[in-house]
Design a protein around this ligand. Sequence first.
Ligand code: PLP
Length: 402
Amino acid sequence: MLNMQKEQLAMYGAKPVREKMLPYGKQWVDETDIENVVNVLRSDFLSSGPEIPKFEEALAREAGTRYAVAFSSGTAALHAACFAAGVETGSEVITSPLTFAASSNCILYTGGKPVFADIDPLTFNIDSQEVYKKITPNTKALIIVDFAGQPAQYNELYDMASNHGLVTIRDAAHSIGSIYKERRPGMSTDMTIFSFHPVKHITTGEGGAVVTDREDFYHQLLMFRNHGITRDEQMLEQQNSPKWYYEMQFLGYNYRITDIQAALGTSQLKRLEQFVKRRRELAVLYNKAFEQMPGLAFQQQAEEVSSSWHLYPLRWKKDFFSVSRDTIFQALLAENIGVNLHYIPVYLHPYYQSLGYQRGICPNAEAVYEELITIPLFPLMTDRDLQDVVDAVVKVYNYFLK
Ligand SMILES: *Cc1c(COP(=O)(O)O)cnc(C)c1O
C-alpha cells in the first residue's frame, strides 16, 4: 500500500503545477511599516512608551469597544482574559475542540477545566446547542473561536451565557476585520482577543490584545500584564501614599508588548481593510472553483456574517477518494502548494489525553478534522497563484477520485 502511494506521488514530483512552493499564509510588511518601526528605534522609548496607547486606541476603534490592552502574544491575551473572568481551580470553561491549543491551554493556566462542545459540521464553528448541554453549576466562562475568520452565533451564545451568569470570551485570533450582524468583533462578548502572529491578518511579529467595554476587566488586564502591579491612586490599598509608591496586588506576569511592535501594529492596522478585502475576493474565487466538485466541501457561511477569511479550509470527503487525506495532502505538497492542517482536535493531543479526555467526545470535530486540508490564502497572493492552487486541487482530485 505504502509503495503504491509512493508511485502515485511520483507522478506529481515529475511535473508540479508550480515551480516554487506557495506558502499557506504570509505577512505583508511594506516600506511604511518599516519606516514606522525604525522611527521607534531612534526614539527615547523601546518599551512602555507612547506607541502602545496609540496602538490600543486604534485597536479599540477597530473592535468597537471602549478599551484595548495589548499583550506580548495572543496566548498571553487569552491567559489574561481567563484571569479577569475569574477562572480558577474548580472552574469549567466551555470551548471548541477545533482550534489552536492556546484557546484551551489558557484555561489550564488559571487552574480551570476545559470542557469541549462539539462543532457544527458545516460551518466548523461551535454548536450553540452543544454548548448549552455542557453548562453545569461550575461553568464560569465560554471561549468561542471564530474558526477560519467566520463569526460564531453570538446572539444565542451571549443570551445563554447571560442566563447562566457566564463570562463570554471571544477568541478572534482569526477574525479581526469580520462582521457579525453589522457589529465589529469586540461588540458581541465581554472580552475579545486578537493575535498578531505573522500568519494572522495583521502582525507585530508576536503580539496580541484583549478588547472590552468593561472597566473592571480593563484594570485587571492592565495589571495582569505587569506582574499584578498598579500605580493608579484609585486602586491602591494604602491611602495617602508617596508619589513613587506602587503595589503588587496579585500574581501577574510580564506580558508587555514593546513600542517597536506596537508601532508596527498601528501601521499594519491601517491596511487591515485592504487585507481583508483581498482575502474575501480570493475566497469567493475558491468557492466558485470548487462548488461543482461534489467530493469537496468548503466552509458554509451562516446568515448575516461576513468572515475575514484567515484560512481557507477545504474538506475532502473520504468516500469520494481512493486514498487517505494524508496522501492527498502529500500530493498537494508535491505540486508545490503549501498546504496545512487546522486543527487536530485539542483533546486528541497526548497532553490532553494524559489528562483523561476520551476520543469520541466531539464526533463532528473528529470527522471534520479527518477530512480537512487548509490551502493557501493571504492578501499578497496573485490571481495566478490562486489559479495554480485551483489547478493542483483539480489535478489531485481527478487523479484520486474513485
Ligand atoms: C494564533 C492563535 C492563538 C494564539 O495566538 P499567538 O499570538 O500565537 O499566541 C490563539 N487562538 C487561535 C485560534 C489562534 O489561531
